[in-house]
Design a protein around this ligand. Structure first.
Ligand code: BV8
Ligand code: ZN
Length: 246
């Protein structure tokens, strides 16, 4: 892939780099995305599953859907894109990785500074007494009840209509507002408030780059579009960045 002179110049001098990732960065690991053909929303709409009412309506059904996704996520490995992003932490003085993904793959690739906007599927908590439960047995297809108080246990993820974790959102907005360079990678930029972050960065003067296999709702607003698979592009980009910054 040819990277523009402007992009390389920006990356050569950048101190603050922020990245927003979505389901597309995990696609090459084999994790289905949300809105691509064959994605996990294709069979169900978000309203049917990733929201509180759906869970209260049919806890076993929603719980089993998350168990199914945990099975997928535990079977897959981080791809070259996750690994390149983990290495970028050591290249730039201030590198912030913000993810909408709940699949734990950035941590598993070695990223230390990850801001999880929508939670993490490997964490669960009791809705009554908020006791946290980390490891759950994947064979438990029925919703679990809290050992302490008998309350329902839910995944520690942000459902539609729920607020994002305040500290994570604030940190993400600050990283976007202070970024010299901002990447939005593998996200359709359809879910808010996460989709505002590239726009916040752009308005604050960052050079904003989108890496995606196809255009998104915000492509038109951004400085540079790198079209292709994020694993391949990030792997090549990291090689270039290391060369120009040494
Ligand atoms: C809130 C966790 C308010 C759970 C998720 C109307 C207008 C604007 C907003 C709204 C509206 N109506 C409702 C809202 C708010 C709503 C929203 O934004 N809805 C959208 C759908 C319109 N937002 C919310 O409800 C949020 N909360 O607003 O609260 C509030 C305020 C005060 C008090 C109380 C409440 C909560 C949103 C979080 C929802 N939770 N996930 C779970 O996962 O089960 S969202 C879900 O979508 C995931 O987190 C996912 O990450 C996220 C975004 O999807 P993407 O990651 O972008 O994935 P997608 O499949 O869409 O795209 C993949 C992309 O990758 C594609 O572009 C594809 O081309 C690309 N790609 C594919 N392969 C590759 C690739 N790119 C590169 N390489 C590849 N190989
Ligand atoms: Zn409890």
């Amino acid at each position: 892939m040819i990277f523009s002179e402007r992009l390389l110049a920006e990356l050569k001098k950048a101190g603050n780099v922020a990245v927003l990732t979505g389901a597309g960065v995990s696609a090459e690991s084999g994790v289905p995305t949300f809105r691509d053909p064959g994605g996990i929303w294709e069979k169900f709409k978000p309203e049917q599953l990733a929201n509180f009412d759906a869970f209260m309506n049919d806890p076993d059904f929603v719980w089993s859907w998350y168990q199914h996704r945990r099975e997928i996520m535990r079977d897959v490995k981080p791809n070259k894109g996750h690994i390149a992003l983990a290495e970028m932490e050591n290249v730039f003085p201030n590198f912030n990785l913000i993810t909408q993904n709940i699949d734990n793959l950035h941590f598993r690739a070695g990223s230390k500074k990850v801001t999880e906007l929508h939670g993490n599927i490997e964490r669960n908590f009791c809705m009554k007494c908020r006791t946290f439960y980390e490891e759950v047995d994947l064979n438990e297809k029925k919703v679990l009840k809290c050992e302490k108080c008998g309350g329902l246990i839910r995944p520690d993820v942000v459902w539609f209509g729920e607020m994002l974790p305040v500290n994570e959102l604030r940190k993400a907005e600050e990283s976007a507002a202070n970024a010299d360079v901002f990447f939005t990678i593998g996200t359709s930029a359809e879910v808010y408030p996460a989709a505002m972050l590239p726009i916040i960065a752009k308005r604050a003067g960052a050079y904003v780059i989108e890496i995606n296999t196809k255009p998104t709702a915000i492509s038109i607003e951004l400085d540079e579009i790198l079209t292709g698979k994020s694993g391949e592009i990030l792997d090549e980009l990291l090689f270039k960045i290391k060369k120009i910054r040494n």
